[in-house]
Design a protein around this ligand. Structure first.
Ligand code: NAI
Length: 349
């Protein structure tokens, strides 16, 4: 099924609002989810709506949060999310970081006590759209084996980075610190597809190709990905005084309790370093250099990070955004949720 951006955003917003989220928060959440689907990041798009709707309906997301921004130093602050919608809190916190970095050259802002915030390049791209460098990391629920371990400790703890070019494009890196995001396993399940044996392990710690047998994900590049996940947990958890490691709340354990997740935004203003024009020109040059690199056998072109998503957006502008039929049917229906996620082992079907 292919749908326009407007229709998809509207369907998601309506469902989340009907589940109980206030309209302006449902609007931001729908924008972040549509942002993901239109870039081909389907693991963090409409596939998540029913889970969010169930959590909202069961009281596990504060629908009337007392969002507060606390400036803690010349270039630092904490955004208190009060158990509210993560997409909205992270977006508002990035708005504060942008203002601060415009004045101070840099901003480091923690976002505390929030629910899941989705594809986090949404927030770094806010900064790049304002001629700033955006960096963001966040916690997610423990489902990744530490290097050498047989049971999960860290989450898929993603890292995103975005920088503006001189021609309106941006370079964007947005990645889980696992070989694949958990949402990719969900996507494979929804399409009845097998997964490569490098993504995850089963209950015995053995690599598996069956998305239904997954019991933990593998970090990227062994100890290096494991180390990056540790860094993300320190910056977005321990630094903000939040639960960390395997004490981070699970996505599905109790859908009536707030999640208390953490995220950290760092924004750097190039005007305080080499100068904005020089910075943006050089980013454009490096994008062009990368595109000119001789491709390896089997590749037609070297893409700059994020260019794969830009290609998808262009395709969707012409042909609509591709959505799994069942998800579209759910979005169009009057059903708020089918009671699928509460108290479920995240690895269960
Ligand atoms: P991915 O593996 O699809 O892409 C990772 C990066 O590689 C992206 O920046 C992408 O642009 C780049 N890339 C991919 N193919 C490329 C190519 N051919 N040439 C150049 N660059 C290329 O991403 P992953 O790790 O599956 O993450 C998906 C999403 O999951 C992200 O948006 C992330 O923020 C989100 N996520 C969110 C979590 C949360 O708790 N909020 C937890 C984990 C992931």
């Amino acid at each position: 099924m292919r749908v326009s951006r407007d229709e998809l955003k509207d369907l998601i917003k309506t469902k989340l609002h009907k589940a109980g989220l206030k309209e302006e928060h449902a609007d931001v959440a729908a924008d972040v989810l549509t942002f993901a689907d239109e870039r081909g990041i389907h693991s963090h798009g409409a596939i998540r709506v029913e889970y969010y709707a169930e959590r909202i309906a069961k009281g596990g997301m504060n629908v009337n949060p007392d969002f507060k921004f606390e400036k803690t130093g010349p270039a630092t602050g904490v955004f208190h999310g009060d158990g509210g919608n993560g997409h909205t809190a992270a977006k508002l916190a990035m708005d504060e970081a942008i203002k601060m970095a415009k004045e101070s050259g840099v901003a480091i802002i923690g976002v505390k006590d929030i629910s899941h915030s989705g594809a986090i390049s949404y927030f770094t791209n806010q900064a790049a759209s304002a001629d700033l460098i955006g960096f963001s990391v966040c916690q997610s629920d423990p489902m990744v084996v530490p290097f050498g371990g047989a049971e999960p400790y860290y989450g898929t703890n993603p890292i995103a980075f975005a920088a503006p070019s001189s021609d309106g494009r941006m370079i964007t890196l947005d990645m889980a610190t696992t070989v694949q995001a958990w949402g990719k396993i969900l996507h494979a399940r929804s399409k009845n597809e097998s997964i490569p044996n490098t993504w995850a392990v089963d209950g015995n710690g053995e690599p598996t190709t069956d998305p239904l047998k997954v019991n933990a994900l593998l970090p990227i590049s062994g100890p290096k990905g494991y180390g990056l996940a540790m860094m993300v947990d320190v910056l977005s958890g321990i630094l903000l005084g939040l639960p960390f490691g395997n004490k981070v709340s699970s996505m599905y354990e109790d859908l009536s309790a707030y999640r208390k997740l953490g995220q950290l935004h760092i924004v750097i203003n190039p005007a305080f370093f080499t100068g904005l024009t020089s910075f943006k020109n050089d980013i454009t040059q490096s994008m062009e250099d990368l595109n000119q690199i001789k491709p390896a056998p089997g590749f037609s072109k070297v893409l700059y990070p994020g260019q794969n998503n830009d290609v998808v957006i262009e395709n969707y502008k012409e042909n609509g955004i591709e959505i799994v039929d069942d998800i579209y049917e759910y979005l169009k229906s009057d059903v708020i949720h089918n009671n699928q996620y509460d108290h479920k082992n995240p690895f269960a079907e």
